[in-house]
Every structure is written in C-alpha cells, then in structure tokens.
Design a protein around this ligand. Structure first.
Ligand code: TPP
Ligand code: SF4
Length: 278
C-alpha cells in the first residue's frame, strides 16, 4: 500500500466507474465490486495507487467497473500480468480478480506458482462452480454429480480444492467470503490487502443464471468462528473438515513476500532491437 494514500477521505462510490455492469441481475459479482469499493475506501487508498488485474470471464470484467488502473487481459493469465506489475511497481496495491474457470483451469499453473512465489498480491476468485460467460460448462470446482445440458451425466471428476492447493503451494493468507455479506467480505479484503505476500480469497459468488440453486447459499453459509492460524498443519486440518460453507480467515502466515530489487534497465530499446534483428 502506498504511504501517500491517506490524505483524502474516499467513499466507496469513488472506486466505481461510470461503466454500467452487464452482469445478470442478482449475479454475485455485484457483491464483490461493492466489497472491493468498501475495503479501498476504508483503507483510504487513492484509486490511482491501485491496479485491478483480471483475465476473462463475467467476473473478470471488474476492472472496467472501478476507477482504479485496470488490466483486462488474457484468459487465465491475470496472475502472470499482475506479478510482473507488482515486481516493477511495488508502490502500487495490486488486486487480481477472476473466476474459477479462469483461475483454476486455464490459469491453474499460474495459481500454483503465484502461491509459491508469494508476491504481494491480493487474489479474489469469484467461485460460482461454473463457466458463466461461456454459458454453463463445468469448471474445476463443479460438483462431481452436477448435471446440466452440457454435462448430462455430471463430470464424474473430483472437485479441485482451492484452499488446500493454496495452502500446500505456499499462499501467505487464505480466506473465504460470500457475496451476500459485503461487509464481512470487505473486512476480509482489507486483511488480504494489508497482509504482506500472496493473499488468496475464495468468494462464493452465485451464478444466478446457470446455477440458480446457488441462491440458497445464503441459507447455508456461516461464520467459521476460527482464530486465523499461522500454523499450516492447523489450517490443513481445518480445510479437510470444511464443507465449503465456512466463512472467514483460515490462515494468515508470516512468510516475507518475494520482491527482488528493481534495477535500472541495462539495455536501451536500440540495444534490444539490434539483438533481436533478423
Ligand atoms: C484462451 C481462451 N480460452 C477460452 C476462452 C473462452 N472463455 C471465456 S470466459 C471462459 C470461462 C469463464 O469462466 P470463469 O472464469 O469461471 O468466469 P465466470 O464467467 O463464471 O465469472 C472461457 C472458457 C477464452 N476467452 N480464451
Ligand atoms: S452468467 Fe452467471 S456469472 Fe455471468 S453475469 Fe450472469 S449470473 Fe453472473
């Protein structure tokens, strides 16, 4: 977070652009936009000191809906772009946003290595257990027996467990929020942004169009009533007894973030042109 960020009082609407979201009415992703705006206002961040980086998907549209710097990149590559940005501009607060398809399917490899590298990023995954933008294909977090026109017999595949993977791969902060609780989610995002290193926030974000049954999540989510631990063994036990509906901060570690010194560019553009000339 930039130290110059505390001079102006901001309200959540200062972080929302004039671009009207094209999400379906009732989509959980509205709750994430609201929670992000609340958290940035509470942290008194200047929009120009924040970059929101995404891939492709309904959830990945968020950068355009904010007044922060934004990068709406390539499907599954948000973490790679954000890592480069944060290394080059450590003064920026870099928030990465996307869906379960973007982050765990095509972007799965980047997810593993972002956790391992522990660059100071906050990664918010809007998990609706489906590919919303491309009309309802199963994603890695889709339940094995969920049937639809596109998967009439279900996938028959084990579900990906993002929190377990994040812990095993080295993420320094791991939490779960719910879009129906924007205040609780905003608090988690604040903790994620202010905890150094790679912060992974799984957000249960209903896709009301392709998974209308997820509207019932509001009846079954619950606060986990856990003290965040910095002991991976304790966190691992919690994760493997978790039914996916416990909300809160599971793990808050002490691993220092990876931030190599930023050197002066040693080659000029002319040197590079000469080197790569055919
Ligand atoms: C390289 C590439 N492969 C596939 C696609 C098609 N595509 C666009 S969004 C998407 C999945 C979106 O699902 P998710 O990330 O879960 O986001 P949601 O729309 O559910 O928020 C896919 C497969 C693409 N745009 N680029
Ligand atoms: S298709 Fe699903 S994820 Fe996409 S905007 Fe509509 S409700 Fe949201």
């Amino acid at each position: 977070m930039s130290e110059a960020a505390v001079d102006v009082v901001h309200v959540p609407n200062d972080y929302k652009s004039d671009v009207k979201p094209v999400w379906c009415p009732g989509c959980g992703d509205f709750g994430v936009l609201n929670a992000m705006a609340k958290s940035m206002a509470r942290l008194a961040l200047r929009p120009e000191d924040v970059a929101v980086v995404s891939g492709i998907g309904c959830s990945s549209r968020i950068p355009a809906y904010t007044t922060c710097y934004g990068f709406h990149g390539v499907h599954g590559r948000a973490l790679a772009a954000a890592t480069g940005l944060k290394i080059a501009r450590p003064d920026l607060t870099v928030v990465v946003t996307g869906g379960d398809g973007d982050g765990y399917s095509i972007g799965g490899n980047h997810f593993l290595h972002a956790c391992r590298r522990n660059v100071d990023l906050t990664y918010i995954v809007m998990d609706n257990r489906v590919y919303g933008m491309t009309k309802g294909q199963p994603s890695p977090t889709t339940e094995t027996h969920w049937t639809s026109k596109l998967a009439p017999q279900g996938t028959g595949l084990s579900e990906f467990h993002p929190m377990a993977i994040a812990l095993a791969a080295g993420a320094n902060f791991i939490a779960r929020g719910f879009t129906g609780d924007p205040n609780g989610l905003a608090e988690i995002i604040i903790q994620g942004i202010t905890t150094p290193g790679f912060s992974f926030i799984e957000v249960l974000s209903p896709c009301v169009t392709f998974r209308p049954e997820q509207k019932d999540w509001k009846k079954i989510v619950r606060p986990a009533h856990l003290e965040p631990t910095d002991d991976p063994a304790v966190a691992a036990r919690q994760i493997f007894t978790d039914d996916g509906m416990n909300l809160g901060i599971l793990y808050s570690g002490k691993r220092p973030p990876y931030q190599p010194p930023i050197g002066r560019a040693e080659a000029t553009p002319e040197d590079l042109e000469a080197e790569f000339a055919l």
